[in-house]
Every structure is written in C-alpha cells, then in structure tokens.
Design a binder for this molecule. Structure first.
Ligand code: NAD
Length: 504
C-alpha cells in the first residue's frame, strides 16, 4: 500500500505479474490532500505496449474456449475479493484521488454493479434461434468475443470506471488491456492483484501504465479490436477518430456540463440540499456533477440563491482523514490554477460572485490542492464559464423566464451528458424528459446516473462512437455476432438446385 511518507516506484501488470517499466520515464503521483508525491508511475514505451498486446493475444484462445460458467466463477471470486479488501481499496482511492472515504466507498459499490452484471454473462450471451425459417433450415446467432480489447480510464473514478469498462469485456471472453490515468494508477494495479488471486489466467488482464504516447500504440496496433475510452471531450474525439481510422470499434465518452432546472413549484429547501452534493461532491470532479442550476422565474432565482448561499458557506473542505469534510482537494496544483483562472475570467465577463472558494482557510496551512465551493450568479450562455466543462467546485446560476427557454438553452449546448428537473408538475416533467437532448435525464433525482444494469452514456459531444460505459449494451460492444443457417438432410430426402436468390 502507498502511504504518505514513501515514494513507491510502480510497474505494469503483464502476464500475471507486476513488471518494472523499461523506459526510464516516470510521471509523479500525488496525494492531493497533502501535495506530497507518493509514487512514480512508469510511462510505457511502444515496445512495452506491443509486448503487452502480444501477451494478451496469446492468452485469448484459452480464455475464449473456457465455458462461460467457469469464467463466471472467476468473476464471482473477484467480486468477493473486492468486498473483502474494501477498506484497503477505499484508503488507496482516497490517498491518490483526495476523495472522502464515504465517496470512495460509493464509487466501489457502483463499480461492483458492473461486476454483478458481468456475472450475468451466461444469461446475456444467449443468442437467438428460429426453427424452420424455410426448407427445414434452422437459423441461430451466437456472440463471440472480439479478442484483445483496450480500456482507457480517467482520474476521477480510479476504481468505478475501470470496472465499468472492463468487467463485461472479461466475462464475455476477451483479453483486456487497461491503461489507467497516470494520476491514479495504484488502484488499477491493486485490482490486478485481485484478478490474479481470483484465478484469472495470466495475460487475460493487463495494466499498462503511461500517458498519451502509450495510448497511441493501443489506437493503431492491429491486434487491438476495440477501445473503450472515458475522459475529456477533446481526447475522446481524438481517440474515436484515430481508433476508427485504424479499423477499431470505439466508444469514447467525454465530458459533461450538466444542468438542474428548478421550476417555481419546487421545494427550494429540497432542491438546495440535492444540489449541494450533486454539484460539489468529489470537489465537482464528476462527469455527471451538476455544473449549472437554472431557476425558472425571477422570484424562484432570488429565493434559491439566498438558500444556496447560506448552505454553501457551511460546507467543509479538507482531507479524507477528517470524517467531517464534505469534499476534498482537486487532483493537482495545475488543475487548481486552471479552475481559479476560470473564476477570474468569469467575473471579467459579468458573472457575480455569491460564494468565493478561491482561497479557503485550509489552503493557508496545507500544501494540498484545496479549493472551497464557489457559486457564480448571472452566468449566461456564451460566457466561457458556461460553455466549458470546469472540473472543480465552481458552479453557475443561469436565470431564465420559462421552461421552454431552459430546454432550448440546454439543447443548444455542445455537451449532453446528464440533466435533471426539480418540479411537482407532471406535465412540466413530461415535456422536459421528451424534449431534452441529453443522454441521462433525472426528474427530482440530482445525479441521474443509471444503475449498473441500465446503459450509461451521454449525447452530442459527450460521446463519440456507439456504445455505453456499462449496462447490457456492453455485451453487444464487446462481442461480434455470428448467424448460422443449418439444415440436416433426412435419408433419401430430395436435393434441389435453384439459381434463384434463396427465399423462404
Ligand atoms: P483526460 O481526457 O485528460 O484523460 C483520460 C485518459 O486519457 C487518461 O488515461 C490519460 O492518460 C489519457 N490521455 C490524456 N490525454 C491524451 C491524449 N492526448 N491522447 C491519448 N490519451 C490521452 O481526462 P481526465 O482529466 O483524466 O478525467 C476527467 C475528464 O473525464 C472530465 O472531462 C470528465 O468529464 C471525463 N469523464 C467522463 C465520464 C463519462 O462517463 N462521460 C466519466 C468520468 C470522467
């Protein structure tokens, strides 16, 4: 386990063991709560990635040939080990990401939903069968694994996202190569040890560490059949276009700019409480975090801002070791500086400051990357703070006069990950859910993240390619369909020759 006092040199996980990096190049891993460097993660060279791919390829035929029931046994064992090692995993997530313990636990539990769905692979892999489609021919389809597939994950969910984009891939018989974020590599290596202990054959699960150059080899290597990516929108677009150009199946989920619409009939106390966690939880470093609250009507806006300001001032920022904190630091000093820059420029553009989190008390006595909660009012479309995803605790109030205006504004934004409406009016909710151009929609639910057995993905520039991060669609994404038409001749049956295109 990585502690605050030692700097661990990490490796890759290839062919069932941790191996040191060969490049001599490293990236520093921080404890964001203290600012200390806790580990150095190697940046894999092209040759190291090629070797890892070759190992994964070699492991594939035997894994594919194993019965789906036997594969499932290993996944069940992995799930059991995850729960047995939950405390250590929580500690690791907190140390390398700065999340609170409660939040880290929540992420693991949501990640386990994907493992649970993968345990259902035998059921989900069942194909289709039609008897006597014509001429005593039976037709059926099967789902075959693709081969070697790659998963590339972001820093903000060190465990949940890797589990969400790999569990089903393993279960349906692929060899999987995970390239975790270089900011949070410890958790992914820990998962590797659990897969090994669960009995996964060597080579079926690989973790290759590194940055964009490491990713590039995965995108172009002909052995890699599919890429499942989760990260920021510009990188998602690049991954999609490069991977697709090289003949790969790609799903690339990008960033979000998620809105909470508040109708005049909503209970503002309930709204404010829902907003706080959804907006500032995990220091707002969630793709589904609410960025913008949109009260409908001047009176709703004035009352809401007053209630919010009072509650936001009471939020507590600090290290995960303090169980009373609401959220922790952002991931790096660079990220902190970027977020402060966004706030400064928004004020020049005309936003007004309701709560200022640029210099919280804890930042005066700690080298951790802390920011307090900031709330900006009078934000408008066209302002940078409205248009860009800001991955830190800065949230906007955008005032509108009508529900139609709110819908139009949200639909005009280039991102479409999540959205929610708070109202007691069924007709307003129905209009909203049917007209809104966003992938995941809530009604009186602050963060409408689907449960693990429903599909998860945004619309517009929040996703490139076809496929979902978790849910049953993963089976389709990580398999290819084969359709078989089969006929058996009975003794003395007549054989017919026809030159016409076969029909029933
Ligand atoms: P990021 O895009 O910087 O990095 C994601 C992964 O891509 C990392 O593994 C990184 O090493 C790699 N990478 C970075 N630059 C690259 C490049 N130029 N070429 C190839 N690979 C590259 O994202 P991040 O900062 O780690 O994570 C935060 C972002 O992820 C936010 O935008 C957030 O909204 C998004 N996210 C989206 C979802 C979703 O479901 N849509 C979920 C979680 C996070």
């Amino acid at each position: 386990m990585v502690t605050n006092t030692e700097v661990t040199e990490l490796g890759h996980f290839i062919n069932g063991e941790v191996v040191p990096g060969k490049s001599g190049q490293f990236s520093e891993v921080f404890n964001p709560s203290t600012g200390a460097v806790i580990a150095r993660v190697p940046i894999a060279t092209k040759e190291e990635v090629q070797n890892a791919i070759a190992t994964a390829k070699a492991a594939f035929p035997a894994w594919r040939a194993l019965s789906v029931g036997k594969r499932t046994e290993i996944i069940m064992k992995f799930r059991q080990l995850m729960t047995e090692n939950m405390d250590e995993l929580i500690d690791m997530i907190c140390t390398e990401s700065g999340k609170t313990k409660e939040d880290a636990k929540g992420e693991i539990i949501r990640g386990l939903e994907s493992v649970d769905l993968a345990i259902n692979a035998p059921h989900l892999l069942k194909g289709e069968y039609s008897v006597n489609v014509g001429g005593h021919i039976n037709a059926y389809s099967t789902k075959a694994p693709l081969g070697v597939v790659a998963a590339i994950s972001p820093f903000n969910f060190p465990v949940m996202v890797p589990l969400a984009i790999t569990s089903m891939a393993v279960a349906v018989g692929n060899s999987v190569i995970l390239k975790p974020s270089e900011r949070v590599p410890c958790s992914a290596l820990f998962l590797s040890e659990l897969w090994k202990e669960a009995g996964l054959p060597d080579g079926v699960w690989t973790v290759i560490n590194g940055d964009k150059d490491t990713v590039n080899e995965l995108l172009v290597n002909p052995t890699v059949e599919a890429i499942s990516f989760v990260g920021s929108t510009p990188v998602a677009e690049y991954i999609y276009s490069t991977g697709a150009k090289h003949g790969k199946r790609v799903t690339a989920l990008g960033g979000g700019k998620n809105n909470m619409v508040v109708m005049p009939d909503a209970d503002l106390e309930q709204v404010a409480n829902a907003f706080l966690g959804a907006a500032y939880g995990a220091a707002s470093q969630r793709c589904m975090a609410i960025s913008t609250i949109i009260p409908v009507g001047e009176e709703t806006a004035n009352n809401l801002v007053r209630v919010l300001a009072d509650k936001i001032e009471k939020l507590k920022v600090g290290p995960y070791t303090d169980s009373a904190v609401d959220f922790g630091p952002v991931i790096t000093q660079q990220s902190k500086d970027t977020i402060i820059g966004f706030i400064d420029r928004s004020l020049e553009e005309g936003a007004t400051l309701v709560c200022d989190g640029r210099n919280p008390d804890i930042a005066k006595n700690s080298n951790g990357f802390y920011l307090g909660p900031t709330l900006l009012d009078n934000v408008k479309p066209g302002m940078e703070i409205y248009e860009e995803e800001v991955f830190g605790p800065v949230r906007n109030v955008v005032r509108v006069d009508t529900l139609e205006e709110a819908i139009e504004q949200i639909n005009a934004h280039e991102l479409g990950n999540g959205v929610t409406i708070f109202t007691n009016n069924g007709a307003a909710a129905r209009k909203f859910t049917s007209e809104i151009e966003v992938g995941m929609v809530g009604v009186n639910v602050p963060i409408p993240i689907p449960v693990g057995y429903h599909n998860f993905a945004g619309w517009k520039r929040s996703r490139f390619g076809e496929g979902h991060m978790f849910g049953p669609d993963q089976v389709r994404f990580f398999t290819k369909t084969k359709t078989i038409s089969e006929k058996w001749f009975e003794e003395n049956s007549e054989s017919v020759s026809t030159f016409a295109f076969p029909s029933n």
